[in-house]
Design a protein around this ligand. Structure first.
Ligand code: ATP
Length: 257
């Protein structure tokens, strides 16, 4: 089945679209098999959350947009899954927030970097960092290939947006003094807990929502935007997301399906 042939009235429409995009990404050499497995963990959380954006995620999205807009050197880190699922919206986000795009992969190969680069270029991105020789700097304390970053991008960034990541790099980036925005549907993950602002939502909804928030916030003064970013409490927000999961499960346990 192709994305275009999935009937829009199918009750699991978006879930099927996401799967098709990942399978296509896998066939095109953008997504690795491990990425498909990582998606499985995320999909399970999305299922429990009813595949919708909840109020704490909206609040986190607003804080993340504010943080991007007040940052001097924001960078959006792109991996295989995020390129396969949200390339067009990632490019829009980079344009509206003035954030650079940088390819950063756990399973790094020159061929995969180039394929992701082409995918982002197809959507109108230029000046994409982190490919080939451009990944010329090292994040300390990480043993995986994710440590290789661009000295023009993630290495000197004050804010880095990561999505669908493991926790090690988030922890290291925070240790380097950077602010990290994470998109992770699992509120229990290490990434979610280490990040400065975690959006507990599916990337497929989170990036378009971020674009909208950036558009709206741009009408406020810099001081007002800074205030929104600063008053955000990540731990409280994660707890609110866990409370939503609990309430949803409790309702079913008490009242049935
Ligand atoms: P950590 O090291 O932070 O505890 P992990 O070991 O679970 O995380 P990975 O296996 O790399 O890290 O998984 C990536 C994360 O991305 C998981 O928390 C998963 O739930 C989440 N995830 C997967 N797909 C999506 C998606 N489409 N949108 C948002 N989050 C996703």
């Amino acid at each position: 089945m192709d994305e275009e042939t999935i009937p829009p009235d199918h009750p699991r429409y978006w879930s099927l679209v996401i799967r098709e995009r990942l399978v296509r990404g896998f066939r095109n050499g953008i997504v690795v098999p491990q990425g498909l497995i990582a998606h499985g963990r995320g999909e399970a959380f999305d299922y429990i959350l009813g595949e919708e954006t909840h109020p704490p995620a909206r609040e986190a999205t607003k804080a993340a947009a504010a943080l991007l807009l007040v940052s001097q050197n924001p960078v959006i880190s792109v991996n295989g899954n995020s390129a396969a699922l949200a390339a067009s919206e990632l490019v829009k986000l980079s344009q509206i927030s003035n954030a650079k795009l940088e390819v950063n992969l756990f399973h790094r190969s020159r061929e995969r970097e180039e394929r992701i680069l082409s995918r982002l270029r197809e959507e109108g991105a230029d000046n994409i960092l982190g490919v080939g020789e451009d990944a010329d700097a090292i994040i300390p304390d990480i043993s995986s290939m994710r440590r290789k970053v661009s000295s023009r991008g993630i290495y000197r960034a004050d804010t880095v947006l990561v999505a669908i990541e493991d926790g090690d790099r988030t922890e290291s980036l925070v240790k380097m003094g950077k602010k990290v925005i994470a998109i992770d549907i699992n509120p229990f993950s290490r990434t979610a807990r280490y990040a400065t602002v975690t959006i507990v939502d599916n990337i497929i909804r989170a990036i378009p929502n971020l674009v909208k928030e950036c558009e709206e916030l741009r009408h406020l003064s810099l001081e007002e935007i800074r205030c929104i970013a600063e008053r955000f409490d990540n731990e409280a927000n994660l707890c609110n997301m866990v409370a939503i999961i609990l309430r949803r499960l409790e309702k079913i346990a008490q009242q049935g399906f």
